[in-house]
Design a protein around this ligand. Sequence first.
Ligand SMILES: [Zn+2]
Ligand SMILES: [Zn+2]
Length: 69
Amino acid sequence: MKQDVNSLLEDMLQHIEKTILPKTQEAGQEQTCRICGCTWEHGCPGGCWWVEPDLCSACVDVAYPEGKP
Ligand SMILES: [Zn+2]
Ligand SMILES: [Zn+2]
């Protein structure tokens, strides 16, 4: 019966890899500015922050020339 236990453990490991790994990949997903393409790690010169999920503070004027609606 040892082999059965081992295959059971392998099934569990595979299940864990399938259910947990996608979540960690999602958490590591980088935000990218839709205008300049900067990311959290490679921001604009002088620094920027996220105004929208895909828009950084340096590009607000570009995205909304007449002011943010
Ligand atoms: Zn930007
Ligand atoms: Zn930026």
